[in-house]
Design a protein around this ligand. Sequence first.
Ligand code: AQP
Length: 337
Amino acid sequence: MIGDKKVLYSGMQATGTLTLGNYLGALKNWVELSDDDAYERFYGVMDLHSLTLRQNPAEFRKNARNLYALYVAAGLDPEKNCIYFQSHVSAHAELGWILDCFTYMGELNRMTQFKDKAAKHADNINAGLYTYPVLMAADILLYQTDVVPVGIDQRQHLEICRDIALRFNNIYGDVFTIPEAYIGKAGAKIMSLQEPERKMSKSDENANATIYLLDDVDTVLRKFKRAVTDSESEVRYDAQTKPGISNLIDIYGAVTGKTREETEREFAGKGYGDFKLAVGEAVAARLRPLQKRYQELVADKSYIDSCIKENDGKAQYFAGKTLRKVQKKVGLTERIR
Ligand code: AQP
């Protein structure tokens, strides 16, 4: 809590362009909560996390700023939501180290995302990739967060964050708020359009598998047209036997607000071609205003600069408060000012 408000915290890695999965699983929910005065809201551009993969410095810097602009373009007002760069608040790295010392290797060995990413990047299995969940715990705990809106794939990381916080509190008293995950009703796990058993991912090598938020209308329609389905022709939800069509039903539902049953009724007697076109059009219509606003924002460097400056200070203030408390609790020597 901050004052009488609950704290909401989330973020995304500043790697590549966001996908429809990132949008429906996380960003859309942030926007829906962004006018709710019951919450104090912090959203990080998680650039330190991105360093677990080797980055081209110039491209990386550009991607991180573009991600900031995308948050705003999607509807997060930077005057009401503290949007900031993780690397501008040194407390993240400092608390990350302290929490490393309260996390067991046995716990980290169980993290499925580490196993997946290590398999994908066998030539660069670095220590940062391994301790990623601890830095993520620091991100969340620094702000005394109550609620973390994320997609289902982050549930395990949130569990370890809670375990670390509870362990720390058991030793030192009530230092951290114990956060809860907020997983949206629709779109919590959007699957690849080409391999619907796998989640849609920024780093998928097959561009047809992923809808990027900045894809133009024709590209969106083409990718949905090519989406892998099954040999039947009935638009019916069954994640086991019809994962491709079920994923499209979920995407359609997340964008239009329709339930699975409503979608099945709407497309009863129609073929997959009609359905894929309708999903593509609904997604493209949702992305159009976001893309227009994004283009305006990237052209307005001074506006984004002023938001960064303002919000960095706010994040540093709240994060610094928690960090000082932790440093004192563990017995680090106080600074002489
Ligand atoms: N397919 C998805 N469906 C629903 N939610 C998703 N998220 C990611 N993919 C899906 C949610 O997006 C948020 C940001 O994730 P991140 O940037 O921290 O990285 P990630 O989870 O590793 O995302 P990607 O797109 O899959 O990147 P790569 O390819 O680098 O692994 C999180 O809330 C996540 O749940």
